[in-house]
Design a protein around this ligand. Structure first.
Ligand code: AMP
Ligand code: ZN
Length: 488
């Protein structure tokens, strides 16, 4: 079954077919972080979502080139650098490093390329020059270069491809210099901002005079440089639809670099926002969480990732700390099941077995995700698989007591096939394995002593050790393969 995704450009769910005639290569660009602070949990919803899209495309055997830019020059960054009086790179470098660390903590695959805007000034300038040459951009009296919406529309191009705009309210020639503005303020936007005293030492020379690029042109220049003038997928949070993505289309298509009849981007995919306790996140409301805040509360990256992956990307997600605690419990159910299957499988290797529970899970999982990434249906199938395998494990324990080696081998093969199916599912979800709790020497020594006590039939001592371990936060499970320590 093909993959269907909601394309903001078409305002409908569409079958995904890449531009590559061989239907193999996929170019995917996701607007990256503005590195002026630690990324918050809302940002992470969008980046984890982009990771899911990439992983699922790879699961469907597409060969993806995933690009995520680093916005390291922008209005908010300039403001902070001015306040802190430190060099631009020292400031942005700190948050870029933190971002890439957090990306790993959340087990997101590293994008194949993470271009920085400040390292693409020549490409940005060249794109602006093309727009000037085509009469679509102009230098205004303030020394900055603006994109003319009127001229662009005059060339037969469509401004307002991602959302409906009311041009009657627009006054010709009105300009907006800031990077962010609402659709009510639709106006000519800045491509190159001429140097002003507040910029301090942050400026680049250009044929239009000293200055710095606008935010929107950065993404047009970097995405087209790496993925070509026309590519498959462009992702971001829903707040980027206007003006950022609309302006990206205008700049990129305005330069006219695409092959005839091809758009700048074929599929625009937008993730809905995350709210905290039903409200927009804000520092003043005290509901603003970075990933690091949640780690400091004792949660793990995989718990956060799991929670962010439980909601459909087009639905607003209400983040709560209770929800995150629930994620811990749900993951524990999966870990328990997968852990037992691994134990039964031992070193046996297998492929997913047609007709098995794992096989059916793979079927249901890919049907669900191919349907505009319906994660709810995917998770329902996973928990059904957990339930079936848990039943199997109980039967197994009884049978193993009675059965011999032949039965044990048959069960190991079955468990290995289930694990093989799970591994394929997890290549998309990326929740991975629970980090093994390190067993302190004192605890292993007690466990050893208990084994010895049981061997010598000193059951009183064995029970006392079990109680002592419990007090120290450990439990002992007696499994067919011997005793196993587990952190409580
Ligand atoms: P920024 O660093 O502000 O450029 O944002 C990085 C990404 O996070 C963009 O794709 C935004 O659309 C997205 N984003 C910002 N706030 C939220 C939120 N509350 N929920 C989901 N995504 C968000
Ligand atoms: Zn962008």
């Amino acid at each position: 079954m093909g993959l269907k995704l909601f394309n903001t450009l078409a305002r409908s769910v569409q079958e995904f077919a890449p531009l590559d005639p061989a239907q193999k290569k996929v170019g995917m660009y996701c607007c990256g972080p503005t590195v002026y602070d630690f990324a918050h949990i809302g940002n992470w919803r969008t980046f984890v979502f982009a990771d899911l899209v990439r992983r699922y495309l790879e699961f469907k055997n597409f060969q993806v080139t995933h690009v995520m830019n680093i916005t390291d020059i922008e209005d908010k960054i300039i403001k902070r650098v001015r306040e802190l009086k430190i060099p631009l790179r020292d400031f942005t470098g700190k948050y870029e490093t933190a971002f890439l660390e957090d990306l790993k903590t959340l087990n997101c695959l590293s994008p194949h390329q993470t271009p920085r805007a400040t390292e693409h000034i020549p490409e940005i300038i060249s794109l602006i020059e093309k727009l000037i040459a085509r009469g679509i951009a102009y230098k205004a009296s303030d020394g900055s270069v603006y994109f003319s919406i009127e001229k662009y529309r005059g060339c037969g191009c469509n401004y307002g491809q991602l959302l409906k705009l009311n041009f009657d309210e627009m006054r010709t020639g009105e300009r907006v210099k800031s990077d962010e503005y609402a659709k009510e303020s639709i106006a000519d936007f800045a491509l190159w901002k001429s140097r002003v005293p507040d910029d301090g030492e942050i400026f680049w020379p250009s044929p239009f005079g000293e200055g710095r690029p606008g935010w929107h042109i950065e993404c047009s220049a970097m995405s087209m440089k790496i993925l070509g003038a026309s590519f498959d997928l462009h992702l971001g949070g829903e707040d980027l639809i206007f003006p950022h993505h609309e302006d990206e289309i205008a700049q990129s298509e305005g330069a006219g670099l695409q092959p005839a009849g091809q758009p700048f981007v074929k599929y625009w995919i937008h993730g809905a926002h995350l709210l905290v306790e039903g409200k927009k996140m804000s520092k003043s409301l005290g509901n603003f969480f970075t990933l690091r805040d949640l780690l400091a509360k004792g949660f793990t990256g995989r718990e956060v990732r799991y929670l962010l992956l439980t909601a459909h990307y087009r639905e607003t997600f209400n983040f709560t700390l209770e929800g995150l605690a629930g994620a811990k419990t749900a993951l524990a159910r999966i870990d328990e099941c997968v852990g037992k299957l691994r134990e039964i499988a031992g070193n046996t290797a297998a492929e997913p077995e047609p007709g098995s529970w794992g096989w059916r899970l793979l079927d249901k999982f890919s049907l669900a995700l191919s349907d505009d990434l319906n994660v709810s249906r995917a998770w329902a199938a996973i928990f059904e698989w957990v339930r079936d395998n848990n039943l199997f494990y109980h039967v197994l324990q009884d049978e193993q007591i009675r059965g011999g080696d032949t039965m044990r081998t048959a069960f190991a093969v079955k468990a290995a096939a289930e694990i093989a199916a799970w591994n394929k599912i997890d290549s998309v979800l990326g929740i991975g394995k629970k980090a093994e709790a390190e067993i302190p020497a004192e605890i292993s020594a007690l466990a050893e002593e208990r084994i010895a006590a049981k061997k010598s039939k000193d059951f009183k001592r064995a029970d006392a050790i079990r109680d002592e371990l419990k007090l120290k936060g450990w439990t002992i499970e007696d499994t067919p393969k011997g005793a196993r320590l587990k952190k409580l």
